[in-house]
Design a protein around this ligand. Structure first.
Ligand code: EPU
Length: 336
């Protein structure tokens, strides 16, 4: 079923809660709905808006926004070792995480409480606490706008990287993700290597699925603002990857600087949150915008901020980090 809206206020459809409008918005369920929506011709501007959790609107959207609302979770196979699920793009990611934990299926418990819909998970390859969506995504179901055909992409064809995929590049503006196939395991495979997870899990009595989910939820609730209360889009910046030489220069000055190996031995990942924090910006407020006081990677709308205000503030944060450390931090949030 299709539901269409015109000149719709997007305030309740973006987690930053900025007040911009879209000329048209259509909620859809199936590929046939999409075919129908594009039957009269492909509009000059169109895009997919899921839960709006990783977007900053800086102006009205003069085009067609498509929002998937179908929420089926289908068990495709259970081969003893694990299960294969087909999950509609409109399912809330955390509903899927809860569903898996309830059934004893391992693989996405560390990704508990990540805001957003399943259709968005492959786009930026969501990740937290040592897990990424690419670890469980087997296939992505797509609607190809120009041809009107449905396609299925294997994981290997998705170009997954740190907060990266083909959907941000070659396939951007060409396809609509309609469903994702996810493989989960019956066998326990706890991933506790990251930060506070091990301690919080131990405090709950050990590495059961439920304890891991609860530990992750508790850590996230303590550090990240609830978008239902304070407008934000999670990490506003990506963690920068720099040359080893640059990392070593910084480490000589700041021996406590967090740094992580990457697949490329010549490149090192740094923590943008730490850089912003050490630049003295954690908790900094400017008008209606601020840096979250418990996690410097997150920018918050303190109430009534426009997207342009948030963006101007973000640019100042980037400039100050560059001036202080000589490191460029890129935005993780999509700026529209
Ligand atoms: N740090 C600070 N000050 C801060 C924030 C962080 O010093 O204000 C330091 C921490 O002490 C730690 C390091 O920086 O040594 C990394 O911080 P943290 O473990 O909190 O993780 P992160 O790199 O800031 C990333 C993801 C988060 C994800 C967490 C946990 C990105 C852009 N962000 O944050 O994802 O929840 O790891 O895995 O990769 C998101 O994408 O929206 C998001 C919240």
């Amino acid at each position: 079923m299709i539901r269409q809206f015109e000149r719709i206020n997007l305030r309740d459809r973006n987690s930053f809660r900025v007040e911009q409008r879209a000329a048209r918005l259509a909620e859809f369920e199936t590929a046939d709905d999409l075919r129908q929506l594009f039957a009269g011709g492909i509009p000059a501007r169109w895009a997919v808006l899921g839960g709006g959790n990783n977007i900053l609107f800086t102006r009205d959207y003069e085009g067609l926004l498509l929002t998937p609302v179908s929420r089926r979770i289908e068990l495709l196979a259970d081969d003893g070792g694990g299960v294969l699920l087909r999950v509609d793009a409109g399912v809330e990611w955390d509903d899927l995480a809860a569903y898996a934990v309830e059934r004893g299926w391992w693989g996405i418990e560390n990704l508990s409480l990540i805001p957003g819909r399943v259709g968005a998970a492959p786009v930026q390859n969501i990740g937290a606490y040592g897990c990424e969506a690419k670890d469980v995504i087997e296939r992505v179901h797509l609607y190809e706008v120009v041809s009107g055909r449905e396609r299925i992409l294997d994981r290997a064809a998705c170009g997954f990287g740190y907060r990266e995929s083909i959907f941000k590049h070659e396939l951007r503006g060409r396809v609509v993700i309609t469903a994702v196939e996810v493989r989960l395991s019956h066998r326990p495979q706890p991933k506790l290597g990251y930060g506070d997870v091990e301690r919080e899990v131990a405090a709950r009595g050990g590495a059961t699925l439920r304890n891991i989910r609860e530990a992750v939820c508790a850590i996230r609730r303590a550090k990240l603002p609830d978008p239902a209360v304070t407008g934000n889009a999670g990490s506003f910046f990506k963690n920068p990857v720099v040359d080893r030489a640059a990392a070593e220069r910084l480490l000589a000055q700041h021996p406590d600087m967090p740094h992580y190996a990457t697949e490329d031995p010549g490149r090192v990942k740094l923590a943008a949150g730490w850089l912003i924090d050490r630049a003295g910006l954690k908790g900094k407020v400017e008008g209606r915008v601020g840096v979250h006081d418990r996690q410097a990677l997150v920018l918050v709308n303190r109430g009534g901020a426009t997207g342009a205000e948030v963006l101007a503030f973000a640019r100042r944060v980037q400039d100050e980090v560059a001036a202080r450390f000589g490191v460029a931090i890129d935005t993780e949030v999509n700026i529209w």
